[in-house]
Design a protein around this ligand. Structure first.
Ligand code: ASP
Ligand code: MG
Length: 431
């Protein structure tokens, strides 16, 4: 659609009433052109809902209590935005009631399925609240259920988008709303299966949702509004002297985000690149700032950039009978990795062994090891970090290695990657 902009507002940009108002004021300043807004759950709601899921699965009797605290927070935020008795309260309550229904049942045997049916509430209520607030301040706003648009397969918590149907559905559902002059507000992170069960696209997936809508509707530009001035050369919580990058190529952005530069979800870039849709990363704290522009035509001349990914595991697999790994076993190993949708960040092999560095989230590594144990010797080393450096300089590498044990390293033309263990510095005086 001509002139369409897609905005993504993350959890911290709507974490309380003041921030909702701030995000709304940014939206107001763009109201003269078609706009589709993708919003995440408010603040840390998704983490809290994960606790609800965990409590329900463990049957420890705490699930409802945690849910009530989440509800309370939302009502608190709403009280700063709406009059008592506004119809938005009932709309929000309906979504919480859906979660209560799930909690009334026995925990579903498929944990990931149950997770998605509960976790979606965060985005559903935040989008209802934002849309209602925009209407209240006089912007004609339509609320769109992203599950009516984004069709995924039925791998819960990590749904893969079924593109052709999603494009069709976006054109059928979102376009008419935009054409009638509505601002459209929808949810990040969620989709649905063909049988209408809710799925999610992976944690932090709202950026990806915005890219999916941008792709489907041929947006002119997509913007992610964040609490940082743009894409930085490293995480300012971990490093000093970080710089903001003014421009970045799609390629550079995808390389860095895949390996843990948390600023954008890694899946975001591909749909944008495929249609040459520029992506801006801008600050909602300083909306006048230029931010970072990510697009195709950027000259590759970058300062060193560092991304650190925590929660890594090294899984070493060796053959018990000394048969060669490469000749006989690679395809078996890779098919297990693919079945589990494990993200492989680095790998190396020797004659009889194969080592992979993978993200150690939920129980995937455990399941992978178990599936291999029958035929191979398997060792797992956990609590590691993966450090990825692009356009490195020798002094940068030297500094990064300090206080760490290097377990695996790989160098290619523009990239150095290291899997490290942090050495704990013990206080020898004993206090
Ligand atoms: N609310 C989801 C999460 O926290 C999705 C997102 O924020 O992008 O993971
Ligand atoms: Mg987020």
């Amino acid at each position: 659609m001509k002139n369409l902009k897609v905005f993504k507002f993350g959890g911290s940009s709507v974490r309380d009433a003041d921030n909702v108002k701030n995000s709304a004021s940014i939206i107001v300043s763009f109201q003269n052109q078609p706009l589709l807004i993708v919003v995440s759950a408010m603040g840390k709601t998704t983490n809290a809902l994960e606790e609800v899921v965990g409590a329900h699965a463990a049957k420890n009797g705490k699930a409802l209590e945690i849910l009530n605290a989440i509800k309370e927070q939302h009502y608190q935020i709403m009280s700063g935005l709406f009059e008592p008795g506004d119809e938005v309260y009932a709309a929000v309550n309906d979504h919480f009631v859906s979660v209560e229904w799930v909690l009334e049942e026995e925990p579903h045997p498929n944990y990931d399925y149950m997770y998605d049916q509960i976790i979606c509430a965060g985005e559903l209520v935040s989008s209802v609240i934002l849309a209602a607030y925009l209407n209240r301040i006089g912007l004609k706003t339509a609320w769109l259920d992203a599950r009516d648009v984004i069709l995924t397969d039925d791998i819960y918590r990590e749904g893969w988008v079924q593109w052709d149907e999603t494009v069709e559905r976006a054109k059928a559902k979102a376009l008419p709303l935009l054409e009638k002059g509505n601002l459209v507000v929808t949810q990040g992170f969620i989709g649905s299966t063909r049988e209408n069960a809710t799925t999610t696209l992976g944690r932090e997936g709202s950026d990806y949702t915005a890219a999916i809508f941008s792709f489907c509707l041929d947006a002119e530009e997509m913007t992610i509004w964040k609490d940082v001035p743009g894409v930085l050369t490293a995480d300012p919580r971990l490093f000093e002297n970080v710089e903001k990058l003014d421009r970045l190529s799609y390629r550079e952005a995808i390389e860095m985000t895949y390996y843990g530069a948390k600023v954008i979800h890694p899946k975001t870039i591909k749909p944008l690149q495929n249609k040459s849709i520029p992506l801006r990363v801008r600050s909602f704290i300083d909306p006048k700032g230029e931010g970072t522009l990510i697009s195709g035509d950027v000259e590759d001349n970058y300062p060193p950039m560092v991304a650190v990914e925590r929660h890594q595991a090294l899984v070493s697999i060796s053959t018990r009978d000394f048969s060669f790994v490469a000749e006989h076993h690679m395809s078996v190993l890779f098919s297990h990795i693919a079945d589990l949708r494990l993200q492989v960040n680095m790998m190396q092999n020797t004659a009889i062994s194969f080592v992979v560095c993978v993200n150690d989230i939920d129980d995937k590594v455990e399941r992978f090891a178990q599936s291999m144990q029958k035929d191979f010797k398997v060792l797992i080393d956990r609590n590691l970090e993966l450090i990825t450096v692009r356009h490195s300089l020798p002094t940068v590498l030297e500094n990064l290695r300090k206080g760490k044990i290097l377990l695996m390293e790989e160098r290619t033309k523009d990239t150095v990657q290291m899997v490290v263990k942090n050495v704990q510095v013990l206080d020898w005086k004993g206090d």
